[in-house]
Design a protein around this ligand. Structure first.
Ligand code: PMT
Length: 393
């Protein structure tokens, strides 16, 4: 995950570099953002060294001429941890005050996952204004608190107010905001194109590479799900344990594999670009020109795999489809959601540059049956896959 670590001015800031190190060790990318008071306790160089990225602390830095770094970081970050969080930063966020780099970013980040790790004198912590601010922030979507803990405080007294140890914060973060485990779930994924034979050497097909579907299979396997990946012809391979790959060529073969597998699955995500039509006659030999000026290819409709799974779906099973659209995108996607009895539809508009067939990136809108929509920016397909899994399962 891409995590922003916010650091404010308290003695516990000396533990923040260790928190950053642990998060990176756990595979996260970390961007540090500090208040100027924090830099009295921990140096810019230390935070940049442990995070491997430039520190953001100056709202009006000359390197950032338009002063919109907080908005760019709000989009970059998938979650935020503020450790230590002083009474001051808690109060600012609770009151909507944004007067420096960190408080501005925190306000912009509201609604996304944010873990606040307070550290202060126990009387300050227990004071009515701080408790009122904490209660208000706890009521907000996405905000969680870790600590403070009891123990000896820097001011010489003993009481509640110590920031949690970095190891505890990492654990707490994983429980509160980490990827949802899918251990024990079996999920069907379709990927890639289908090839519809014309003769022994030619086919009707499309440009799907399978990258989106394989990324979904890997995202699901990383969470412990057992994945049944039914793939049309692609050059891709899967190395993730937990993914069983069934290769097929045509829509009818994909239909047979998917309908046989779905009853034993808790969910299915159909990202394959299935040919809607196939030649009604498929020659076993290579068709010859025989001097003719043209050739008629008569096509017949393929079965709709997703719509069929929609009729088979039982209570407790989730069905997620894709909609690849070029016009009236939202309207068409909503019609498919309804017609095919889906729980979610992932809209892929070919109008978005860098999205769709063949490329390593994608940009989607996920629409739920309850009307909820989640828009992704242009992201690597691996991250779009994580977003789809987090939103839909
Ligand atoms: O493979 P990549 O190069 O990474 O590209 C990814 C992608 C662009 C193929 C993928 O993100 C995507 O948009 N997949 C859906 C493509 C598609 O065929 O969309 P559609 O709107 O025609 O179909 C709607 C849904 O019905 C899809 O879930 C499709 O899998 C399913 N379908 C369609 C026809 C059919 N006969 N059976 C089906 O199951």
């Amino acid at each position: 995950m891409r995590i922003i670590v916010g650091i404010t001015g308290g003695i516990a800031a000396y533990k923040s570099p260790q928190l950053v190190r642990l998060l990176r060790k756990a595979g996260h990318e970390v961007q540090c953002v500090a208040t100027t008071h924090a830099l009295q306790f921990v140096t810019q160089l230390t935070l940049e060294t442990v995070s491997g990225r430039s520190l953001y602390y100056d709202l009006f830095s000359s390197a950032n001429s338009h002063s919109t770094e907080h908005i760019a970081l709000k989009d970059w970050g998938e979650a935020m941890i503020v450790a230590p969080a002083t009474a001051n930063i808690i109060g600012k966020l609770a009151s909507g005050v944004a007067d420096d780099a960190l408080s501005t970013l925190m306000l912009a980040f509201c609604g996304k996952p944010m873990l606040i790790c307070p550290a202060m004198n126990s009387q300050m912590w227990l004071s009515q204004p701080v408790q009122r601010n904490v209660a208000y922030l706890q009521s907000l979507q996405g905000v969680a608190f870790a600590g403070p803990e009891g123990g000896d405080l820097a001011c010489g007294v003993s009481g509640v107010g110590r920031m949690c140890e970095p190891e505890t914060i990492v654990q707490f973060f994983a429980t509160a905001f980490g990827p949802k485990p899918l251990v024990g779930q079996r999920v069907l994924v379709t990927a890639g194109p289908t090839y519809e034979r014309i003769d022994a050497v030619r086919f009707v097909g499309n440009y799907s590479s399978g990258k989106m579907g394989y990324a979904l299979a890997e995202a699901l396997a990383a969470r412990g799900a057992e994945v049944e990946l039914v793939s049309g012809p692609t050059h891709l391979t899967v190395s993730a344990p937990g993914v069983k790959l069934t290769r097929v060529e045509s829509a009818r073969e994909m239909f047979d594999a998917a309908t046989a597998t779905f009853p034993s699955c808790s969910a299915a995500i159909l990202s394959a670009a299935v040919a809607d039509y196939r030649p009604d006659h498929q020659a076993n030999h290579k068709l010859k020109k025989n001097g003719a000026d043209g050739m008629d290819l008569h096509l017949v409709q393929n079965p709709d795999i997703l719509a069929t799974l929609g009729t088979m779906k039982t209570e407790g099973q989730r069905l997620i489809g894709f909609a690849l659209e070029t016009d009236n995108e939202m309207q068409n996607a909503l019609a498919k959601l309804e017609r095919k009895n889906l729980d979610f539809i992932v809209l892929n508009s070919l109008k978005n540059e860098g999205a769709g067939f063949g490329v390593d990136t994608n940009q989607v809108t996920i629409i739920g049956r309850d009307g909820r929509t989640v828009d992704s920016p242009l992201l690597p397909k691996r991250e779009v896959a994580n977003l789809i899994v987090d939103t839909c399962l």
